[in-house]
Design a protein around this ligand. Structure first.
Ligand code: ZN
Ligand code: ZN
Ligand code: ZN
Length: 142
């Protein structure tokens, strides 16, 4: 864990008038230590290993506050919304609807599709908000 980052986030929350309880600190610590995206239920499960008194509603509320102050953002995956640190580079999620495997594309790789949509529809897509559902290479093998 990058200690400074966790402390920065805690300072940000304090500046918004939020009382920093040990429970909230534990939630911030888990979320900042997670690799890639993490579901609210996974955050709750991990935090409750050391702090069983933490309720799921405290976890949900803290995560949405972290999104409000732009530390996190959410993406809709097959099993529901998950959170990313906003500092991670934005990417497009590819979710296999057969085996559940997840892969990702950089936004640069999605540029051509974005330009095509913009050119033909004048629409600016946000590929990061929802996963693209489909079938992975392995599941296509006969
Ligand atoms: Zn991701
Ligand atoms: Zn698959
Ligand atoms: Zn959403």
């Amino acid at each position: 864990v990058d200690r400074r980052t966790v402390e920065d986030v805690i300072d940000l929350l304090k500046s918004r008038g939020l009382r920093m309880t040990p429970q909230r600190r534990a939630i911030v610590g888990e979320v900042m230590a997670a690799a890639g995206h993490i579901s609210p239920s996974a955050v709750a499960r991990r935090v409750r290993e050391s702090r069983p008194e933490v309720t799921p509603s405290t976890v949900y509320r803290t995560l949405s506050l972290l999104e409000e102050i732009q530390v996190l953002s959410h993406t809709h995956l097959e099993e529901g919304a998950e959170y990313h640190r906003r500092s991670d580079s934005p990417h497009v999620h590819l979710a296999c609807s057969v085996c559940g495997t997840q892969d990702s594309l950089s936004l640069a790789e999605a540029d051509r599709l974005r330009d095509l949509i913009a050119e033909h529809h004048g629409f600016r897509p946000d590929f990061t908000h929802f996963a693209i559902s489909g079938v992975c290479a392995r599941c296509q093998e006969p």
